[in-house]
Unconditional design. Structure first.
Length: 462
């Protein structure tokens, strides 16, 4: 079943048919193909390119098919080349030869480009909804842990004490950027290519603007060659998904680390973990590991779509049929991973005592001593050297900063004041980082409120 064939003197080799068919990949596009066809048929009627009776029969038939697709009762033919030929064949079964008039003033090239754009617009919403779910989970958990102290890390070495909520809000920021990128991509996706034809436009008096309006799209194409051959919107969306998946992977990695015995900062609900077939004691964060792993597939999709496009001459080439694999892969990875990560966050239980103990080892408040000397007039580099010597000697004796007396501190430098003993405590170190965007609880509460307001505002824009 093809939409062409009269040019050929022999039927298509079954091996070529099987190799070139895209029906399975196209099935996800079926609702969008029908949506575009309905808009096209209505435009043909408005422009009197088709008589009203024929156009109305086509619209009625397409609406019936759309219901079949929605109810999963559409009889997919085994020999269909793609979704377009399957729909047109079904339309012919319903309304007869009038079905052939639907293809007036369009080509499969602009038809599939439109369906892809409509799918991608919904996919943007799907990923954005998933990221909203994840941000909501992160904000809910963060609210419960504003005053909980966690070792902040650089180079995966304990660095300075920070609020657990502050750390979680760092992930909220990353997903905020992901959602902003998706919003920016939406404007470029929302352009109707219908009316570009195969590549040169059409001689019929079409009205592309009315089709775009009917579909809720923002604009129409400016160049017919570009309209059928560009897949920038696919590449951009795939990249947005891949970067969101990378951000999800970083948080998933921390869940794996935090729930390990080596860190022991948190535990996942048993219902969210798996065990071992041989080691009875095991409790594995497999879902987090798979979020981490599947981000690689998102990255691969970016490479695939860019490599696909890099050598194509204008205008349309059959290579573009392969764009769906990257599109679907990136979409599914980003959406499903974000929803699963939100589920994991809601089932994650933190051990405040364990996190605090970790902050009390490793001299995480050493910077406070250096800053104390700076406030006393000592140049920072000199203060850094003094405190570095203190840490080295304490480490050799297995002593903590909190064990120092004022007399001992003044042996290292006479400008240490009595307040230095208080400033090396974890609580003081946390509260002192009150600069804008810092980890002090007062700043974290402000940041929580601002992040939630942004999330709510974005939801209101949709």
């Amino acid at each position: 079943m093809t939409l062409w064939g009269s040019r050929m003197s022999a039927p298509l080799d079954p091996r070529v048919r099987e190799f070139t068919a895209s029906l399975e990949a196209d099935k996800r596009l079926a609702p969008y193909d029908l949506k575009g066809s309905l808009a096209h048929a209505r435009m043909l009627k408005r422009q009197r390119i088709l008589d009203a009776a024929t156009a109305d029969r086509i619209v009625a038939g397409l609406e019936e098919i759309a219901r079949e697709i929605e109810q999963a009762s559409f009889p997919w033919p085994d020999d269909a080349e793609d979704v377009h030929s399957a729909v047109e064949a079904r339309l012919r079964e319903k309304i007869g030869d009038a079905a052939g008039a639907l293809h007036t003033a369009r080509s499969r090239n602009d038809q599939v480009a439109l369906a892809l754009r409509l799918f991608t617009l919904d996919a943007i919403d799907g990923v954005d909804d998933a990221l909203d779910d994840l941000q909501t989970a992160l904000l809910d958990v963060a609210r419960e842990h504003v005053d909980a102290v966690l070792p902040g890390y650089t180079h995966l070495q304990r660095a300075q004490p920070i609020s657990l909520a502050h750390h979680l809000l760092a992930h909220v920021e990353a997903f905020d950027r992901d959602r902003a990128r998706l919003g920016e991509a939406r404007a470029r996706v929302g352009v109707s290519p219908l009316g570009a034809g195969a590549l040169a436009g059409t001689s019929h008096p079409i009205d592309p603007r009315s089709v775009a309006d009917d579909l809720g799209l923002l604009g129409t194409f400016r160049n017919s060659v570009d309209a059928v051959s560009e897949r920038d919107f696919v590449a951009e969306f795939v990249f947005c998904c891949a970067l969101a998946a990378v951000h999800a992977s970083r948080l998933a990695e921390e869940i794996v680390l935090w729930t390990s015995s080596e860190f022991a900062f948190a535990q996942l609900d048993d219902r969210l973990t798996t065990g071992s077939s041989i080691m009875p004691q095991k409790k594995n964060a497999d879902a987090a590991e798979l979020i981490r792993a599947r981000s690689a597939r998102g990255i691969g999709a970016v490479t695939a779509i860019l490599a696909l496009l890099k050598g194509l001459p204008l205008a349309y080439d059959r290579d573009l049929q392969e764009d769906r694999a990257a599109l679907y892969e990136a979409f599914d990875v980003a959406r499903d991973g974000a929803h699963m990560l939100a589920t994991l966050m809601r089932g994650l239980h933190f051990d405040h005592a364990a996190m605090r103990r970790a902050c009390e080892r490793g001299y995480l408040t050493a910077t406070e001593l250096a800053d104390h000397l700076v406030r006393a007039g000592v140049p920072f580099r000199d203060a850094h050297a003094v405190v570095g010597r203190i840490v080295r000697e304490l480490s050799e004796r297995d002593r903590s900063l909190e064990s120092l007396t004022l007399e001992e501190l003044r042996r290292y430098h006479p400008r240490f004041g009595a307040s230095a003993l208080e400033e090396v405590t974890v609580e003081h170190a946390l509260a002192s980082r009150s600069s804008p965007g810092g980890t002090a609880p007062v700043r974290v509460r402000e940041a929580l409120a601002a992040a939630d307001a942004r999330r709510r505002a974005r939801a209101g824009e949709r």
